[in-house]
Structure formats: C-alpha cells, structure tokens
Design a protein around this ligand. Structure first.
Ligand code: HEC
Ligand code: HEC
Length: 176
C-alpha cells in the first residue's frame, strides 16, 4: 500500500516536472522570422512614394503619392511589366483617367457653379452631393469625422480632397 502511494507521488512529480520542461522547451524553440523579400530600407523607400504625385493624408485617406513606390513603375523592370517587358504600372495608368481628375475637371466645376446659379438656396446641399462622388476623399473624410457638409471652397484648399488622387476611392489602412 505504502509503495503504491509512493509510486503515485513520484508519477505526479514527474508529470509536473515534465510540464515545466515542456514549456521551457517551447519558449526556447522559437520559430525563425519569415524572410521578407524586401529589406526594411527598401520598404521605407517605397513608402515614401514619389512620381510627382502628392503626398498627404487626412483621417481616413492617403494620397496616391503614397502608393507610387510600390504600385508605380519598377526601375529594375522586374515587376509591373507585361510578358514583352512593357511597363504597365497601375499608378501611371490610373492617374490619367477621368476618375483620377474628377474634382479638377473644369467642366465639372463649371456644372456645379451653374447648378448653384440656378438654385442658389441649395448651394450647401449641391456642393456636398457633387463632391460625394467627384471628391470622395475630402467629402467622406469630413462627413465621417462628423464635421458637416463639404464645400467647393474647402475642396480648393484641400490637397487630399482636390485630386481625388487615391488609387481607388477605398479607405486604405495607414499601417502600410
Ligand atoms: C509597401 C508597398 C505598397 C504600398 C506603399 C502600397 N501597396 Fe497596394 N499592394 C501592395 C502589394 C504587394 C499588393 C498585392 C498584395 C497581394 O496580392 O496579396 C497590393 C495590392 C493592392 C490592391 C489590390 C489590387 C488587386 O488587384 O487586388 C489595391 C487596391 C492597393 N494595393 C491599393 C493601394 C493604395 C491605394 C495604396 C496607397 C494609398 C497602396 N496600395 C500602397 C503593396 C503596396
Ligand atoms: C453618384 C455619384 C455622382 C454624383 C453624386 C455626381 N456625379 Fe458627376 N459624375 C459621376 C460619374 C461616375 C461621372 C463619369 C460618367 C461617365 O464617365 O460617363 C460623372 C461625370 C460628370 C460630369 C462630366 C464630366 C466631363 O468632363 O465629361 C459632370 C459635368 C458632372 N459629373 C457633374 C456633376 C454635378 C454638377 C454633380 C452634383 C449635382 C455630380 N456630378 C454628382 C458621378 C457622380
């Protein structure tokens, strides 16, 4: 009887020690960090953007200059090319589009002015509505931060809103 309880005690001790060793072994056995293709310095360089596109941000949006370093042309002609080696980078493709220029388009500005000329009492509503699609980065940032309707006067002073220069009208996480 005595030897059985002794056996139980020893088993428990071995079990406890085993558990401790298991955890020690685990903490000492860390996995290697995944190897990134680009170095930290390269990523920092890409994040600086460039290509004469503006660098700026408001609460929810970053301008397209922030995207150019990775989505613009590749000086090494390694990425952003088609099978014939022709540059097909999406930044340069996008920046010439009607969408990219929708808040700077003089015809659009003229049409907004004309709408207000015809309906002066609706100026605030009209400007807020028209900018919701034509200058979404400025408009939605103001609305989402609870600061009220967005105007053309504000738009002309707003480097993030004016270009509608986001690669797309998507909110983009600032951690990139
Ligand atoms: C540090 C490099 C880097 C920067 C800076 C960067 N991107 Fe990207 N982006 C990537 C990579 C890499 C992918 C592809 C990810 C994948 O396929 O898993 C990607 C994918 C995307 C996609 C999806 C494309 C698709 O067809 O599915 C969009 C949209 C996008 N990025 C927008 C942006 C915008 C907007 C900015 C600037 C505000 C930006 N990116 C800045 C590296 C970057
Ligand atoms: C729901 C989104 C949306 C709203 C709101 C909006 N637009 Fe547009 N607008 C567009 C889109 C998309 C186009 C491009 C259409 C195309 O390419 O066929 C456009 C094009 C235009 C054009 C033609 C630009 C050109 O150079 O050909 C004018 C002018 C215009 N919009 C004026 C206005 C005015 C004025 C308002 C406010 C009263 C307004 N838009 C509100 C989405 C919108």
């Amino acid at each position: 009887m005595k030897s059985v309880s002794h056996l139980v005690r020893v088993s428990i001790l071995v079990l406890l020690l085993g558990t401790v060793f298991l955890f020690v072994a685990w903490t000492n056995d860390e996995l290697d960090n995944a190897q990134a293709f680009h170095s930290k310095e390269e990523i920092a360089f890409f994040m600086k953007g460039g290509g004469s596109l503006p660098i700026g941000e408001n609460t929810y949006f970053k301008t397209s200059g922030h995207c150019y370093g990775c989505h613009g042309p590749d000086a090494n002609n390694f990425s952003m090319i088609d099978s014939n080696g022709v540059d097909v980078n999406v930044s340069d493709d996008w920046r010439s589009t009607m969408m990219a220029n929708s808040a700077r388009d003089p015809f659009w500005r003229a049409k907004v002015s004309h709408e207000i000329l015809v309906n002066p009492a609706h100026q605030v509503g009209l400007e807020d509505k028209c900018t919701s699609c034509h200058a979404p980065a400025g408009h939605h940032d103001k609305v989402l931060t609870g600061a009220g309707p967005y105007s053309i006067a504000e738009l002309t002073q707003d480097p993030v809103g004016v270009g509608w220069r986001q690669l797309r009208s998507m909110p983009y996480p600032k951690c990139r």
